[in-house]
Write a protein that binds this ligand. Sequence first.
Ligand SMILES: C[S@@+](CC[C@H](N)C(=O)[O-])C[C@H]1O[C@@H](n2cnc3c(N)ncnc32)[C@H](O)[C@@H]1O
Length: 285
Amino acid sequence: MSWACARADSRLALLAFAAALAAAPAAAQQGVGDVVYVPTPQVVVDTMLDMAQVGANDVLIDLGSGDGRVVVTAAKRGARALGVELDRVLLMQARQLAEREKVADRATFREQNLFETDLSQATVVTSYLLPEMNLRLRPKILALKPGTRVVAHDYHMGDWLPDQRKDIDVPEKKVGNPGLSHVYYWVVPARVEGVWRGTAGDRAWEFAFKQRYQFVSGVVRSGSFAGDFERVRMIGEELRFRFGAGAEEREFVGRAANGVIDGKLVGKSRGKPVVERLTLKAANG
Ligand SMILES: C[S@@+](CC[C@H](N)C(=O)[O-])C[C@H]1O[C@@H](n2cnc3c(N)ncnc32)[C@H](O)[C@@H]1O
């Protein structure tokens, strides 16, 4: 399915979501705040956590945690997990679920507005919110530590394209996209836009990067040589691309962290690989 179709689908789904929610019985738990409560089906929760490979080293935050199912499922996988929620009845139900599932030591819930939540300790952020809420959160999410994984049920983040998407048949789902769930997965990219310089052996290199979210294009120069590459996907801090041709063909494999891009240049000499360490520093840094 094309991205435009997916967006049109999302708009239709959003109308259905709003209509179904408006028709929900008043006695049902509604949630409070910027979007009403609709639980993510468990099969979708499992897929979300699988896509982010949630495990014992993770700190997961679910934004608008409802009955706590995402947080409790993450805790059962060994993660420390926090749910933030404004609805006190849902908070009580979530804490009861954590007790029942014997993960209350790792699954905690806080009465807090998700827009005011400190996400800096999260390695994984999950949500099932409306698209405009995702867009409002997007700058804060993009400013998180590179490598932070983000998984959203049903709704995307505008022109920040996901790194992965899965569509799951969920026959029992009646709201949002009835019968179908979309799961979107992103990895927060490091910021590398700009000019970087470094030396490998006795050769000076300059890399000029343009970046749009996780996609990087650039020009590599050394002496009279110039080579370019287009729209390479960064995964968190990791950057890998090929440039040049013939004797000047190389691959750069690097990691952008702590103000440098530390990596290696892999070329060939007489058919054999030649690997040189190259640490790039920002030209204006
Ligand atoms: C669609 S439900 C998703 C529940 C849960 N994350 C899940 O996937 O099953 C959204 C939840 O967000 C909560 N919520 C809405 N606006 C909020 C806000 N500003 N701060 C915290 N929670 C909010 C609602 O009460 C509701 O429980």
